[in-house]
Design a protein around this ligand. Structure first.
Ligand code: NZQ
Ligand code: ZN
Length: 392
């Protein structure tokens, strides 16, 4: 078991009545001039934004609004947000949305406590010492950014998508009402389920073994998210299924399912190049490459894949561990198909990816061949090319 620090300072307020507490939470966490940051139209259409604004007004909390965050959030809007908050002397950021809005808020929060270019954090030139406080009203369970230490931004100059992680950015609070997710398109619900499961799997497929407690938490979470995704196919307004997935989103990425394990975020790194280059939904990109990654690395520890097959995917154990492991990977791909997720890059993009595009993604993912990813099996640039080719 690896040594670890489990740090989850975010106050979670969960359930149907949770939204009535938004303004009180802002006040409690020191907000007196707030940036309300949101995405496209969903929070306007649902009336959530109006609800937030009226609560802030009632409580006498000054605020300004900045919408327009797009999936795979862009650096240009982050910079616009930083300048706006500086002009308006904002002291608290309220993210109303999903991973993209939260990450855009996090990047603004970093920039407000730093004299240089905020991109410095994402390209390894600076380490964050502080950030403006953030609260979240979550509308899509997926990225887990509401409880994670991570922030992922795309720089339009070169389509470079990079993450930066620090404990100083952890959200002060997260308000989560599962009813808000009734309006999600089935595609986004499925993308969310894939991402939540992948955050757990990228901790589960670890070089560390003999971790029965962490394994049991991870396997339980994976089974529940899979079952809940099926329930939502039948009834998108199944409150309990929505609630299971929403809570799982946070637990999957606040590190609970990885305590004591060395993580392996190779599939995420491979996917980030897909969403950087083609602007696809992150969850769908993960589904498109995971099976190819799994087949490529499984022999590094076949019993781990065998355990996954039996305990998570419900495959019957057999005398042939490799056959069981492959059946588990196939069962996961069958699940992706059932929820309308792609299992290849062609299915993701609707066209073949070219060899030049694969080469470019491998260059970026390996920082021109200088970086290795993964821990279950370490992967160099050529391995990345091989996995993209297998997923083609
Ligand atoms: O912009 P609006 O109109 O709000 O529409 C959004 C968006 O189009 C829509 N949506 C959100 N809530 C809705 C809704 N539509 C109807 N009803 C609702 N209640 O859903 C679409 C996707 O939203 P987005 O925030 O992009 O989704 P997600 O939460 O999956 O976030 C994806 C981003 O998070 C990053 C990803 O790379 C990607 O950039 N990640 C962030 C992580 C982190 N910070 O810890 C970890 C993840 O691995 C991931 O990399
Ligand atoms: Zn993810």
């Amino acid at each position: 078991m690896q040594d670890f620090v489990y740090y989850t300072p975010t106050e979670v307020v969960f359930g149907k009545e949770s939204e009535s507490q938004i303004a009180a939470l802002v006040k409690k966490h020191g907000g007196s001039k707030v940036l309300v940051h949101y995405g496209g139209q969903s929070a306007i259409r649902s009336g959530l934004l109006a609800k937030v604004e009226s609560q802030l007004k009632e409580q006498g909390i000054e605020y300004i609004c900045l919408g327009g965050v797009v999936p795979n959030p862009r650096l240009s809007l982050v910079k616009e947000g930083i300048a706006l908050c500086q002009r308006e002397a904002v002291d608290f950021i309220l993210a109303v949305g999903g991973g993209s809005v939260i990450d855009s808020s996090k990047a603004i929060a970093y920039g407000l406590c730093y004299d240089g270019d905020v991109w410095d954090f994402f390209c390894g030139k600076a380490v964050a010492k502080a950030a403006m406080p953030i609260g979240v009203v979550l509308t899509i369970p997926a990225a887990g950014s509401e409880m994670s230490d991570s922030c992922v931004i795309t720089n339009e100059d070169g389509d470079i998508k990079r993450g930066y992680s620090s404990n100083v950015i952890r959200c002060k609070f997260a308000v989560m009402n599962p009813e808000r997710t009734y309006t999600l398109p089935a595609y986004q619900t499925a993308c969310g389920a894939v991402d939540i499961m992948m955050h757990t799997m990228e901790r589960y497929f670890s070089p560390d073994t003999d971790m029965p407690l962490t394994d049991a938490l991870a396997e339980g979470l994976l089974r529940v998210v899979k079952d809940s995704a099926y329930r939502l196919l039948a009834d998108p307004q199944d409150y309990n299924a929505r609630a299971q997935i929403m809570w799982a989103s946070s637990l999957a990425h606040n590190d609970l399912t990885g305590c004591g394990m060395k993580s392996d975020f190779a599939t995420h790194k491979l996917e980030h190049e897909l969403s950087a280059l083609f602007d696809v939904a992150h969850g769908a990109g993960l589904a498109a490459v995971w099976g190819s990654w799994a087949r490529y690395v499984m022999d590094a520890n076949i019993s781990r894949f065998e355990q996954f097959a039996v305990n998570v995917m419900g495959v019957s154990p057999s005398d042939d561990p490799r056959a069981t492991a492959i059946a588990g990977i196939e069962a996961m791909e069958a699940f992706y198909r059932d929820i309308d997720m792609p299992v290849s890059i062609k299915e993701l993009l609707g066209r073949e990816v070219s060899d030049d595009e694969i080469s470019l993604m491998a260059d970026k993912c390996s920082r021109d061949g200088s970086m290795i990813i993964g821990s279950f099996k370490k992967l160099d640039r050529q391995d990345m090319v091989n996995i993209y080719l297998a997923a083609k």
